[in-house]
Design a binder for this molecule. Structure first.
Ligand SMILES: Nc1nc2c(c(=O)[nH]1)N[C@H]1C(S)=C(S)[C@@H](COP(=O)(O)O)O[C@H]1N2
Ligand SMILES: [Mo]
Length: 414
């Protein structure tokens, strides 16, 4: 029978006897290091196609990434969970922080951290992925899995009593940054308060200070799994992950999970700010009859995806371990060196969360020495397959968001 995939803590509890059956999944330590838990004979074979360093402009935003060769537990420790921060990390005080629920509500709320924590505590395990992950050569580790806890968003919204006209919810973060809106000569003439600077084209740029914010419909916000979370893996939220509280919207790409929350605003209009309408917008070129149309869609819900995580060797025997996420996963297949797809093992896990990634393993046996490729593809519960690289949706994109195509890694076997 398949063994469940355990967290590091669960594996420790299970003890030595329990750990024996976990094979590759309890191997700890950096790439190529022999695992103490396995005896000296299981090693990680690092991928040949390592991502290049994050270039200068993106360095401030992509602050930490998953190292795939080190993925050995279902729960990502807080200190290893990827970090994206567009406007830096605000320093918020637990004592002076307040969360307001306002806008089109009959009873606006002002919640201290204590007041937030006095609501019933709900937990969800959720694999969060940045929608830019694997869309750029240097961005391949924008994913992690954590157990989040907090108050149910639905409960807070209902106690604020949304008015009949309220059909959108805007989540405002405390972080803000300078944004240049190009060529807005019409807007500036109408009396905008931002600083205006001449641009190259003879028009005017509008420079504003914008807060990080995202919106979703009230119906989407009322989904029972959404949390205003103050806890990550049983610890207070680390500063870089949104202290004191953030939105956790399981099933949505990372960008929807607004950190450093200060205001939840009910409105009657969809937000059209930077992270809804300019960045994190998928632009595609579609052919309709003789016509070409360009479509613009805001990044929203997760998409089915999988990736080979690492290759381990015990003696001459090789195993590929990977993960699959983004939708309820029914099976995962692997193609070696572009050959036919083979089934993998998809063991049951200690978590019953449908929002948690699933680990899979492929027994590679004793591959010939030399360079090889490993490609994975996942299927969801409805039989849909993770898109191939020539998939029409992926091929029509002119932006790198939502890159959920099948991933191929390269490895050299000695
Ligand atoms: N306030 C705020 N929330 C934010 C962001 C941000 O820059 N500011 N980045 C978003 C993006 S793009 C992602 S992918 C996730 C990353 O969450 P993490 O840093 O906890 O992994 O946070 C989201 N929430
Ligand atoms: Mo992101």
């Amino acid at each position: 029978m398949d063994r469940p995939v355990l967290t590091r803590r669960e594996a420790l509890k299970a003890g030595a006897a329990g750990a024996v059956g976990l094979s590759v999944l309890t191997v700890a330590g950096p790439a190529t290091a022999a695992s103490p838990a396995q005896g000296a004979d299981t090693v990680v074979v690092p991928w040949l196609d390592q991502p290049p360093p994050v270039p200068e402009p993106a360095q401030g935003v992509i602050q930490r990434q998953l190292v795939w060769e080190e993925l050995d537990t279902r729960i990502t420790p807080n200190s290893e969970h990827f970090v994206i921060a567009h406007y830096g990390i605000p320093d918020l005080s637990a004592t002076s922080w307040q969360l307001r629920v306002g806008g089109l509500v009959a009873r606006p709320l002002e919640l201290t951290l204590d007041a937030l924590q006095s609501h019933p505590r709900h937990e969800v395990e959720f694999t969060m992925e940045c929608s830019g992950n694997t869309g750029l050569p240097f961005f391949t580790g924008g994913i992690g899995n954590a157990r989040w806890a907090g108050a149910q968003l639905r409960r807070l919204l209902r106690s604020a009593q949304p008015m009949a006209e309220a059909d959108e919810v805007v989540f405002w973060g405390a972080d803000r940054g300078s944004v240049t809106i190009r060529d807005n000569s019409g807007i500036t003439a109408a009396g905008a308060t931002g600083v205006t600077t001449p641009d190259d084209g003879g028009g005017l740029d509008l420079v504003i200070t914008e807060r990080f914010a995202r919106s979703m419909t009230l119906e989407e916000a009322l989904a029972p799994e959404n949390l205003v979370a103050y806890s990550m893996n049983d610890a207070p939220l680390p500063a870089e992950h949104g202290f004191p509280a953030r939105l956790i919207a399981p099933g949505w790409y990372g960008v929807a999970n607004v950190k450093w929350l200060t205001l939840i605003e009910l409105t009657s209009e969809r937000l059209a700010g930077r992270f809804m309408a300019r960045d994190y917008v998928t632009i595609r070129e579609e052919t309709r009859g003789d016509d070409t149309v360009w479509t613009f869609t805001t990044v929203g819900k997760d998409r089915l995806k999988s990736a080979p995580a690492r290759v381990t060797r015990t003696g001459a025997r090789h195993t590929i371990t990977g993960v699959a996420w983004g939708a309820p996963v029914s099976r995962v297949e692997v193609s070696i060196d572009g050959g036919p797809f083979q089934p993998t093992r998809l063991p049951r896990q200690g978590s019953d969360s449908e929002h948690s990634w699933r680990f899979w393993t492929y027994d590679w046996g004793t591959p010939a020495a030399g360079e090889h490729t490993a490609q994975s593809r996942a299927y969801d519960a409805d039989g849909n397959v993770q898109p191939a690289p020539d998939d029409p949706f992926l091929a029509s994109r002119r932006t790198y968001w939502e890159s959920n195509g099948q991933i191929t890694r390269r490895v050299r076997i000695d």
